[in-house]
Design a protein around this ligand. Structure first.
Ligand SMILES: [Zn+2]
Length: 386
């Protein structure tokens, strides 16, 4: 069985090994070494990547206790090889993983909830808890976790004997097979884990809960730590400064400036709607009393279409309005004296529309331009559907 060097030294990035076997599987080569510092995907932590000689190792998986390096080249059993892992990526994983331990440890201490899911993706780390965590508790756990980082506490791996296990009160993310490995961070956490961690909490840099959402019967929390927390801070800071420059506001004044802008936009929209309604009133003045039908196109929503259609029906026997509303065409057909439902249904059939209504008013939306819809309406009027 492969000797796992990462358990002895999580900081080993280069090592020599001997090839035990090499098999072609799905267009890649699965290489087994006598020893490895490559961490195989497991316990929520992703696999390491790197090189065996000059061949790229793009995935590492564990099956039945054996570690398989998925590799781009074939190796001969017995061959001595030089290996290197992408340590920048591994160190970030160690920062994230260690940060998650401390954070989850404090959530557990403050609420009693267990970490029931853990995933480290390419851009996000998520931890799931089996209970609802309040924003206050979240902030408290984050603060305590960062204080533990500032205190630069040692992170130890301990392997208790079977008769010692009862002495320890540890969190466990999952059942751990074989010999129990506990990761102890004094006062912060004690948890069974097979992953890789930094030696001292100070190396984590910081841990930051960036989002929380309800998930199953508890919550899912998104965490950043180490280099990723700094990258995230830089990205958010850059966005906020860019928004501030656009709004001529300081970063902390951006929300108020946006609120002000939205209120102004709402007031303008109300004025535009008022003016549009006045134009519609003027158009209605030109309709001859008793006209068989009058159809028109406007800019506006379904409410504006309904109001205008109602005004048209004061003059014409049948009114129809087609309105552009955020890229979707809404329509309204009305009459004081006729049943317009057959007309509306025929329009839906002709233009793949949807909608419904009463004898005196039929409303819906259609999948074409308002001008095309108006033409179709005029064509249907000539079919004597009402
Ligand atoms: Zn761990």
């Amino acid at each position: 069985m492969t000797q796992r060097l990462y358990y002895y030294d999580a900081y080993m990035s280069e090592f020599s090994a001997t090839v035990v076997s090499c098999k072609e599987v799905d267009g890649a080569y699965e290489v087994v070494l006598d020893k490895t510092a490559f961490f195989p995907e497991g316990g929520g932590q992703p696999a390491d990547v790197g090189f065996i000689n000059s061949a790229r190792v793009f995935d590492v998986q564990e099956r039945d206790g054996e570690i398989y390096h998925r590799c781009s080249e074939r190796f001969a059993p017995g061959e001595d090889v030089g290996c290197s892992i992408d340590f920048e990526r591994r160190f970030l994983n160690m920062q994230l993983h260690s940060g998650e331990h401390i954070f989850s440890g404090y959530i557990h201490q403050l609420t009693g909830f267990d970490n029931v899911g853990f995933h480290m993706g390419e851009n996000t780390v998520t931890v799931d808890f089996n209970g609802v965590v309040s924003e206050e508790i979240l902030a408290q756990a984050e603060r305590l976790a960062n204080e533990a980082i500032w205190n630069n506490i040692e992170i130890e791996a301990i392997y208790p004997n079977d008769d010692e296990i009862e002495k320890y009160d540890f969190r466990s993310k999952k059942e751990v097979d074989g010999k129990l490995r506990l990761i102890r961070i004094e006062d912060a956490d004690l948890c069974a884990c097979c992953g890789t961690h930094v030696h001292y909490t100070g190396e984590i840099g910081m841990v930051k809960a960036v989002a929380m959402q309800n998930y199953k019967s508890g919550v899912r929390i998104y965490l950043h730590a180490g280099a990723r927390a700094l990258d995230d801070y830089n990205a958010v800071n850059k966005s906020l400064r860019a928004a501030g420059a656009l709004l001529a506001a300081k970063p902390e004044e951006v929300p108020a400036a946006i609120e002000h802008l939205l209120a102004k936009a709402d007031a303008r929209k109300a004025t535009i709607n008022e003016l549009r309604m006045k134009i519609n009133e003027m158009r209605c003045e030109n309709i001859e009393e008793g006209t068989e039908y009058f159809a028109d196109c406007i800019e506006g929503d379904s409410k504006a279409a309904q109001k205008y259609c109602d005004m048209i029906c004061d003059k014409a026997v049948i009114g129809a309005v087609f309105a552009d509303d955020k890229g979707e065409v809404k329509y309204c057909i009305g009459s004081r004296t006729k049943d317009v439902r057959a007309l509306g249904e025929a329009l839906n059939d002709a233009l793949q529309g949807r909608g419904g209504g009463k004898p005196e008013m039929f409303q819906g939306s259609i999948n074409c331009t308002k001008e095309r819809a108006k033409e179709a309406f005029i064509f249907l009027m000539k079919q004597n559907l009402v």
